[in-house]
Design a protein around this ligand. Structure first.
Ligand code: GN1
Ligand code: MG
Length: 354
C-alpha cells in the first residue's frame, strides 16, 4: 500500500511526511507514520484473507476501546482510532481492503519476549486487567472476527486437511511433525469439551495475548496499552493465559532454529501466573483455574499445528521472512510443548499454590 497516500486520508494533526514499517505482527501490514508536526500514528491494512468481516471487526474495536476509555481515559492506556476525513472510522481502498489509523502510544516499547520475571508479572497483571475491565462488556455485541479461532480440535482438522491436500508438495519433509501432532490428537478437545458441557464460561477475551501485543513505558517498562484487538471476542480466559505463557515463558523465540534454546521457564511461568491471577483470579471459577496450565499446552500445540498447516499450504497465512520459517516456528512449538508436558505437574502445582 502507498502508506503516506493512505495516511493523508485521515484526520491527522499535521501532514503525514514519513512512513516506515513497524512491529513484528504476522498478519496485518503495519507502518509508523510521522507528520510535519512530529505527531506519530500507526497505519494498518487489515489482512482481508484472515479477517473476512473487517467492518464487523472495526465496529468491535470501536466499541471495546470506548468501553475501556470510559474506565481509564489516559490516552496511553487505550488504543485511539483516528477517523478518516470523511468521518468514517476506517478507509476502504479500491481493492476493498480496510485501512485504519491509530494514535501511536508515546514513549513506549514492545518486547517480543519479556526480559525478566518482573516484566512478565506486570504483563500478566495487564492482561488480567484487560479481561477484568471487559467483564461487563455485552459479549453478544461483538462480531466473531475469526470463527473457531481457538477451537483446537478444528485446528487439528485443518491440519489434517492440509496434509491431505499437500498443496505445496512438502509433506515428505514433515513426517515427524505430522506424527507428533497425531500422537496428541486426544488432547485437543480438553477445554472445548468442558465448554460444550457448560463447565467453562465464555468471557470477552483478547485471544492473541502474545507479549508483543502490549506496549510498555520505555523507561519504567510498566504496561501501558493492550494492542491487536482484532480478535477480541467471546473466548476462554485460559486461552489468554496460555497464549501469553507460550510466547513469554519460553526461553527461546517463537521461530528459534536452535531447539536447545527452547524450553519452558517455570520462573517466568510463575511470574506471569502471579500477575494474571492477582488481578483476575478472584473472578475466575475453580474449573477455569484448573485448566490454566493445560491451556498453555493447548495454545502451544495449536500454534504448532497452525504453523505446520501453513507450511504445507505454501505459507499463505502467516507472514514469513525466510524459507522454512513456518516450519521453524512449528518445531520450536513442538519443543516447547514437549518441555511443558514434562513440567506439567509443576505447572499445575504453581497455579494451585498461587
Ligand atoms: C498472529 O498478529 P499477530 O502476529 O500478533 C496470529 C495469532 C498467532 C500468532 C503467532 C489473527 O498474531 O493467532 O498466535 O500470529 N493472529 C491471527 O505468532 O491469526
Ligand atoms: Mg501483534
Amino acid at each position: 500500500m502507498d502508506a503516506l497516500f493512505r495516511a493523508r486520508l485521515f484526520d491527522t494533526d499535521g501532514y503525514p511526511v514519513s512512513a516506515v514499517p513497524f512491529g513484528n505482527g504476522h498478519i496485518n501490514s503495519t507502518v509508523l507514520i510521522t507528520t510535519d508536526t512530529n505527531h506519530r500514528y500507526v497505519l494498518q491494512k487489515i489482512n482481508g484473507n484472515v479477517f473476512k468481516d473487517p467492518e464487523g471487526l472495526m465496529n468491535n474495536i470501536a466499541a471495546v476501546t470506548d468501553h475501556l476509555r470510559r474506565k481509564d481515559p489516559d490516552p496511553r492506556h487505550v488504543l485511539t482510532l483516528v477517523p478518516a476525513k470523511d468521518g468514517m472510522l476506517w478507509h476502504t481502498d479500491e481493492n476493498g481492503d480496510v485501512i485504519r489509523l491509530t494514535e501511536y502510544i508515546t514513549d513506549s516499547i514492545c518486547m517480543d519476549m519479556p526480559e525478566t520475571p518482573d516484566d512478565f508479572e506486570l504483563i500478566g497483571s495487564a492482561f488480567g486487567r484487560f479481561q477484568l475491565l471487559l467483564a461487563d462488556f455485552p459479549a453478544n455485541q461483538l462480531a466473531e472476527t475469526i470463527p473457531h479461532f481457538h477451537d483446537t480440535p478444528d485446528r487439528y482438522r485443518q491440519l489434517e486437511e492440509a496434509i491431505e491436500k499437500n498443496a505445496a508438495g512438502r509433506l515428505d519433509e514433515v513426517s515427524e511433525e505430522v506424527a507428533f501432532f497425531r500422537a496428541r490428537k486426544k488432547d485437543t478437545s480438553f477445554v472445548t469439551d468442558l465448554l460444550a458441557a457448560g463447565k467453562l464460561p465464555l468471557r470477552v477475551t483478547h485471544n492473541d495475548t502474545k507479549t508483543n501485543n502490549i506496549m510498555l513505558d520505555k523507561d519504567t517498562k510498566q504496561p501501558l496499552c493492550v494492542l491487536d484487538l482484532d480478535t477480541v471476542m467471546p473466548g476462554l480466559a485460559g486461552n489468554d493465559f496460555g497464549e501469553a505463557v507460550r510466547t513469554g515463558a519460553s526461553t527461546g523465540a517463537e521461530d528459534e532454529q536452535d531447539l536447545d534454546k527452547v524450553s519452558l521457564s517455570l520462573e517466568m511461568y510463575e511470574a506471569f501466573a502471579r500477575g494474571f491471577l492477582s488481578v483476575c483470579g478472584s473472578s475466575l471459577t475453580e474449573t477455569e483455574k484448573e485448566t490454566l496450565a493445560m491451556c498453555a499446552r493447548l495454545m502451544t500445540m495449536e500454534n504448532g499445528m497452525r504453523f505446520l498447516a501453513d507450511y504445507l499450504n505454501g505459507d499463505v497465512y502467516f507472514a514469513i521472512h525466510r524459507p522454512g520459517h513456518n516450519l521453524d516456528r512449528c518445531r520450536s512449538q513442538m519443543k516447547l510443548l514437549t518441555d511443558m508436558e514434562s513440567k506439567y505437574a509443576a505447572m499445575t502445582e504453581i497455579i494451585r499454590h498461587l
